[in-house]
Design a protein around this ligand. Structure first.
Ligand SMILES: Nc1ncnc2c1ncn2[C@@H]1O[C@H](COP(=O)(O)OP(=O)(O)OP(=O)(O)O)[C@@H](O)[C@H]1O
Length: 264
């Protein structure tokens, strides 16, 4: 039997409040298929992330399902062991006094910080130290978030997702709030993770964040898949101009793509 898809969304209608964000959305991403999901503000990216993190569900009907690694029902911490999540929203959820090692350790408990009634084990502490060391930020273990740069915070959050050594990682706007150096260093880290065999799912509205290792791009527009396929075929002037509703020129260099405004 073939391996189950990493993500399999079939005919999903999804509401946020009274707004129908997705109508009959279908999207399948295989294990090992590094994919970027690109869309403008309001396209439905956050809603898609919430579907994947199992915070929201589609309207129930026979033809509709959301499966991750072949399963519809997941306990959150079991899901986190297979599919890590790194988002700015999660970063902001941490109280500013939490130290780097505790950010990483909280990955074991799928929480934003540690709870007194659930102290980490010595093995978990060792693993957290190892992960911080692998990410080149062992020195952040004892530092509170309040004293870290945005890039350092993002690394600790990535460490949180990596404690379980998941096979896939979902990144929501990974370089939001990072300066150029921190952004390039983070993109470099994503590239190394992909080269080590982690599947990357990148959800973003920034074309330049998409590393060369990502081969498939899905364009999301007003809750619909507007284009889907190999990166070079999808990231065209015409597609991106229509996606973002502004005339754009796309330039590719060294496997990265950048967009520029075209005069009207
Ligand atoms: N809690 C909510 N209640 C009602 N409508 C919502 C809610 N959250 C989002 N929406 C609507 O759902 C649509 C999709 O929003 P979503 O946040 O998923 O888009 P997005 O692509 O993540 O946008 P952004 O890039 O701005 O974060 C938008 O029209 C938005 O106004």
């Amino acid at each position: 039997m073939s391996a189950p898809a990493l993500i399999e969304i079939e005919d999903a209608d999804v509401f946020r409040g009274d707004t129908r964000v997705f109508e009959g959305l279908s999207l399948r991403i295989e294990q090992g298929e590094n994919t970027a999901i690109l869309g403008p503000n309001g396209a439905g990216k956050s809603t898609l992330l919430r579907l994947l993190s199992r915070e929201i569900y589609p309207v129930h009907r026979e033809s509709s399902h959301v499966r991750i690694l072949g399963r519809e029902r997941w306990e959150v911490s079991a899901l986190r062991r297979r599919l890590g999540l790194v988002s700015y929203e999660l970063q902001m959820a941490y109280p500013r006094g939490v130290r780097g090692c505790d950010v990483v350790l909280s990955g074991f408990f799928a929480s934003a910080g540690l709870h007194e009634h659930e102290p980490p084990t010595a093995a978990q502490r060792r693993r957290a130290e190892e992960v911080l060391g692998d990410l080149g930020v062992a020195h952040l273990g004892g530092k509170p978030i309040a004293e870290m740069s945005a890039g350092e915070q993002r690394r600790c959050l990535l460490g949180r997702a990596l404690v379980h050594d998941p096979e896939a990682l979902v990144f929501d706007e990974p370089t939001t709030s990072l300066d150029l150096k921190a952004a390039f260093e983070l993109i470099d880290l994503l590239r190394r993770l992909a080269q080590r065999g982690k599947t990357l799912i990148l959800v973003t509205h920034h074309v330049h964040e998409i590393p060369p290792e990502i081969g498939r791009v899905v364009l999301l527009r007003r809750g619909r898949v507007f284009a889907d396929g190999p990166k070079r075929a999808v990231l065209t002037d015409d597609n991106l101009s229509r996606l973002f509703d502004v005339p754009l020129t796309v330039v590719e260099r060294d496997g990265f793509f950048q967009v520029f405004p075209r005069s009207l």
